[in-house]
Design a binder for this molecule. Structure first.
Ligand SMILES: Cc1cc2nc3c(=O)[nH]c(=O)nc-3n(C[C@H](O)[C@H](O)[C@H](O)COP(=O)(O)OP(=O)(O)OC[C@H]3O[C@@H](n4cnc5c(N)ncnc54)[C@H](O)[C@@H]3O)c2cc1C
Length: 205
């Protein structure tokens, strides 16, 4: 049983995984089992080039980010389990016990799930149809979709991040959305006391 499974290893999914991983030394997160499905074929990053994303060197290819971000996650936070090349087709259950059904016939159990698969149409994960709606901030001509949510929460235990949460398609917005979901989950694990995870060059007295 995973404490949280992230579906989607693009911008918002890996951003969420990095922040969750970076909390690994905190007592409230140390024993949590975290996983991320890094099925990358449908990522917006495949064809993108970035010149306007804060902190990212101009000319950076999205295809490079796909491999560099998962490598960074593996190197810094190896306790976050990466599940490559697996596509999730269906979700069943209610909080705190969801079952995820994958395209290779395997199943996964999780207490919390983050859906980070982008705003493409059709929505490809069965079991959440009642939350699918037209994207409210994308050009209607593009027929993008989002999941109905309140501050990323779709229903107890199910979070959505990135463009699928209704945000416009810009890398920093998607990354911030994934980080926001991570800190919400960490805050819940910390008994409701707000959490942020910072590293610093300053030496603590
Ligand atoms: C051509 C192009 C150029 C762009 N240029 C810029 C730019 O210059 N500046 C900028 O700020 N933004 C740019 N963007 C936008 C930016 O890339 C997106 O906003 C961002 O990637 C959205 O992040 P996300 O997490 O919502 O989705 P994504 O990054 O697309 O991640 C979704 C992930 O979910 C996976 N997935 C999908 N379905 C499943 C499933 N059923 N099971 C498991 N995994 C699944 C996908 O393979 C992918 O890895 C560009 C986008 C494109 C397409």
């Amino acid at each position: 049983m995973f404490d949280v499974l992230i579906i989607g290893g693009g911008v918002s999914g890996i951003s969420c995984a990095l922040v969750l991983g970076s909390a690994g030394t905190k007592p409230f997160a140390a024993t949590k089992k975290i996983g991320v499905f890094t099925h990358q074929k449908a990522s917006s990053l495949q064809d993108a080039v970035f010149n306007n994303a804060y902190g990212i060197p101009a000319g950076k290819l999205g295809s490079e980010l796909l491999t560099e971000s998962t490598s960074q996650l593996a190197a810094l936070y190896p306790q976050v389990i990466q599940l490559p090349d697996i596509k999730i087709l269906r979700i069943e259950g209610e909080y705190p016990h969801f079952t995820l059904f994958a395209n290779d016939g395997t199943t996964y159990e999780a207490q919390n799930v983050v859906i980070a698969i982008g705003a493409g149409n059709p929505f490809t994960i069965a079991g959440l149809e009642e939350y699918v709606m037209p994207h409210q901030k994308a050009n209607p001509a593009k027929n993008r979709l989002q999941l109905r949510n309140s501050d990323h929460l779709v229903k107890p235990g199910i979070y959505v991040s990135g463009t699928l949460a209704g945000w416009r398609s810009q890398l920093p917005i998607a990354a911030g959305s994934g980080a926001s979901v991570a800190t919400d989950i960490l805050t819940a694990w910390n008994g409701g006391e707000p959490v942020q995870i910072h590293d610093s060059t300053r030496v603590k007295p």
